[in-house]
Design a protein around this ligand. Structure first.
Ligand code: ATP
Length: 323
């Protein structure tokens, strides 16, 4: 293998730059040419290729976002689009690609590799949601939970000044990892996640119990994908039972996607990027690089896409006991 490409695809996440930097520098270290592909699969179709040097990735390890941009690409979902992508990659001489993205990105790579077996893809899990099977953490997750925790801490400062009921919505369309971890880290009184059914009566009881124990304010974290429909809807239902208490709703939104990556994020993203290049050099294809119990694990795309990560019920128990 002489030439590889690297791209970021799907939702952007802090730490992607650290991963790109590791891919570029590991590739160069092993004598490969490395090409940056701008805007994921769309960049392959548009021939948006940038030759990368070690200096192209200087001073980016601490930056959020992704210098290679990210995009969703409808044309890559078609046979015609993938044929064009193959022709563009062959013309550029790219034999292997490190794809940094989520399950959609790996699904695209899997479909493509079945049609064109002479191009190898290896994946690095890039998504703040931490919802990919085959790794203890995805790139972006640690920074996102720290960002959410910081925001909850700030709300807690003002919450302590006067009795109010706070609902804070964090990201997590299908999973509650961000909600649970940031909620536990910031000492929230309740956390609502898609993985467990939300019972409004129970929630009202929990909130009441906290006020009975003389808490001045109560903070409820709601994952955006909670089946009750997010913080605004939950607040509307619950506030009917606490008419003498002002209710405040905060939706953290895209702040969770940005920001300088944490130290753990930078190290892990760098590690995954380095391992992805080593995997390509060793002839591996169609695997996602993950870290499980501090060991590098290669999970076939098929499994990473098919299976789900489950939250430990102990985390929910922690919220109940420790709040
Ligand atoms: P996130 O978890 O942040 O959404 P993702 O990688 O899952 O990230 P998607 O938008 O689902 O993001 O997928 C990224 C791109 O992968 C799509 O825009 C499309 O180009 C390609 N892709 C996804 N599914 C397929 C598929 N079945 N066939 C071909 N290409 C696909």
């Amino acid at each position: 293998m002489k030439k590889i490409g690297v791209f970021t695809s799907g939702g952007d996440a802090p730490g992607m730059n650290a991963c790109i930097r590791a891919v570029v520098r590991t590739g160069i270290h092993h004598g490969l040419e490395v090409v940056g592909i701008v805007k994921g699969y769309q960049g392959i179709l548009d021939k948006n290729f940038i030759p990368m040097t070690a200096r192209s990735v200087s001073n980016i390890i601490q930056q959020g976002g992704t210098i290679l941009k990210s995009a969703r690409c409808a044309d890559f979902r078609t046979k015609k689009g993938r044929k064009q992508a193959y022709e563009n990659l062959k013309a550029e001489g790219i034999e292997g690609i490190v794809a940094i993205g989520g399950d959609g990105t790996f699904t695209g790579a899997e479909v493509f590799m079945k049609e064109y077996p002479d191009i190898n893809f290896v994946g690095c899990p890039g998504t703040i949601d931490n919802d990919l099977y085959g790794t203890d953490f995805t790139i972006g997750y640690d920074t996102a939970i720290n960002t959410a925790m910081d925001a909850i801490d700030k709300i807690k400062d003002t919450a302590n000044a006067d009795a109010r009921l706070f609902f804070i919505e964090v990201m997590g369309r299908d999973v509650g990892f961000i909600a649970l971890r940031s909620g536990i880290a910031a000492g929230a009184e309740a956390v609502l996640i898609p993985e467990s059914k939300t019972d409004i009566k129970e929630l009202v009881k929990t909130i009441q119990a906290h006020y009975d124990r003389k808490k001045s304010s109560v903070i409820v974290i709601v994952a955006e994908g909670d089946e009750m429909g997010g913080a605004v809807k939950v607040a509307k239902k619950v506030s009917k039972k606490f008419t003498d208490l002002p209710t405040r709703v905060t939706i953290l939104g895209h702040v969770q996607r940005g920001g300088s990556p944490t130290a753990a994020e930078r190290v892990n993203a760098s590690w995954m990027g380095l391992e992805a290049v080593k995997a390509l050099i060793n002839g591996q294809r169609g695997v996602m690089i993950g870290v499980v119990n501090n060991q590098v694990v290669h999970t076939p795309f098929e499994r990473a896409i098919k299976y789900h990560r489950y939250l430990s019920p102990t985390l929910l128990e922690m919220v109940k006991i420790l709040a």
